[in-house]
Design a binder for this molecule. Structure first.
Ligand code: AMP
Ligand code: GLY
Length: 428
């Protein structure tokens, strides 16, 4: 069948990499893709939110399966657009607008968790009309405290304030100065959870689900988790503290009530659910839902899946996931993200990348790259990631860092401590 992947980052590179290996894949298109995705298919220059152009392309090119990578088109209703007459038989992976609110509105997702008794941090939502109430509520809160813009804010809408003044200033700039535009019309004031984060991924057809391998992501720009948050600087899978006991708690307390809760709301959710959770002394609490795969988590989760991804995704889209057996490699995977100097602040694009062909024992995952004549140029903040695999986390990391050492451009930066916390946790 012909397949279209929507998006242009490392996550979409991984989807294309795996879909391309399927016997069911005839022609693969990536919209818009990057300098690496054209190894697996044809990049097409269509914006991820231009549903009219996407729909027309799908019809003209006899696409039968559409896999939506990023959250934006999902929150904007791409699945709902595909309900129109000419497109209604196309299989599409990703929830409709109703389900995408799990990511698109933190207030909705908090209420969803409360209603379904899913463990999560305590929180209250405030709008501009109740700013005085919010400021006085803050005075009773224990510090640090977490402030979250309700809507999508490109990963920047969460601030952890260490003292009351910082919390009040942040609240004012979100609600009064509209720091994140419409996204901060409402703000959640949320209890700070102290623990270790874990990303859990579920694919559901609305009734059944499979749990994909878990991963740990490294969000801060600096080593030892310092500095501002980024989209993610690296990831590892599996995560050893997520043992059978812990995952049983995650399944019973979080995954099952989430899938059933969606059903009870009448939401026919077909796609990925990414559960960001905190392990607080052995108990899992949800920090956030995303309605897509993680990036860079996809770079370590997808290579560990042995099944044919197209078969799996078609079952998700068709509502036929019952009795599906996922096969997962026992190998460890790690990925190290290389970014442009200045990221997550401002950075330059267009730097020439050298050494890509020298990486032979690891997978170079393109994210923000662009092909120009015979050169590959940087074209974003997170430029690429290098995924290594091995029978131990140490071996996987060796492969990743060996690959990273071969790649150069002016101003390239990466974290040297990916996975180290986990190794410490288990070796000390
Ligand atoms: P989010 O955009 O909701 O993933 O939040 C970004 C990051 O903020 C998370 O990955 C956590 O590191 C941190 N965070 C969010 N909520 C909390 C919380 N309630 N307690 C502690 N850290 C949090
Ligand atoms: N790595 C976190 C995310 O994809 O949101």
């Amino acid at each position: 069948m012909n397949i279209l992947v929507i998006g242009s980052g490392g996550r979409e590179y991984m989807l294309a990499w795996k879909i391309h290996q399927s016997l069911h894949c005839e022609r693969l298109f990536i919209a818009p893709g990057n300098a690496g995705t054209d190894l697996f298919g044809e990049n097409i220059e269509i914006d991820v939110n231009d549903f009219g152009a996407i729909g027309q392309f799908v019809i003209e090119n006899k696409v039968e399966l559409v896999v939506v990578g990023p959250e934006d088109p999902l929150v904007n209703g791409i699945r709902d657009y595909f309900k129109n007459d000419q497109l209604k038989d196309i299989a599409i992976v990703g929830p409709g607008k109703d389900g995408a609110r799990l990511e698109g509105s933190k207030d909705f997702s908090k209420r969803f968790m409360q209603k379904n008794k899913i463990p999560t941090a305590k929180a209250q939502t405030f709008a501009i009309e109740s700013i005085d109430e919010a400021l006085s509520y803050l005075r009773q809160c224990k510090m640090p405290i977490v402030l979250k813009a309700d809507g999508l804010a490109a990963g920047k809408g969460v601030v952890i304030a260490n003292d009351l003044k910082e919390a009040q200033d942040t609240l004012k700039s979100m609600l009064l100065d509209k720091q994140f535009g419409e996204a901060s019309n409402k703000v959640l004031i949320e209890e700070f959870l102290n623990g270790i984060e874990l990303s859990v991924f579920v694919l559901t057809d609305g009734k059944h689900y499979v749990t994909l391998p878990e991963a740990k992501d490294y969000k801060r720009i600096g080593e030892e988790d310092t500095g501002p948050n980024t989209g993610g600087m690296g990831a590892v899978s599996p995560v050893r503290f997520a043992d059978a006991d812990f995952m049983k708690k995650v399944t019973e307390r979080i995954i099952e009530p989430t899938v059933h809760g969606l059903q009870n709301e009448g939401i026919d959710y077909r796609g990925f659910i990414f559960i960001g959770l905190m392990n607080v002394k052995g108990d899992p609490y949800v920090i956030e839902y995303n309605v897509r795969m993680g990036d860079p988590e996809a770079q370590v989760v997808i290579p560990r899946i042995k099944n044919d991804l197209v078969e799996l995704l078609v079952k998700v889209a068709d509502g036929k996931l019952g009795n599906y057996q996922l096969e997962v490699s026992e190998d460890y995977a790690s990925t190290v993200v290389m970014v442009s100097d200045g990221y997550p602040g401002s950075y330059k694009k267009g730097k020439s990348i050298q050494g890509l062909a020298d990486v032979t024992n690891a997978l170079v995952v393109h994210a923000g790259t662009k092909q120009q004549d015979y050169e590959v140029l940087t074209n974003g903040g997170r430029v690429l990631a290098v995924t290594g695999m091995g029978s131990s986390l140490t071996d996987a990391l060796k492969m990743s860092y060996h690959g990273v050492d071969s790649i150069h451009w002016e101003g390239a930066y990466f974290r040297k401590d990916i996975g180290k916390d986990i190794l410490r946790l288990h070796l000390d």
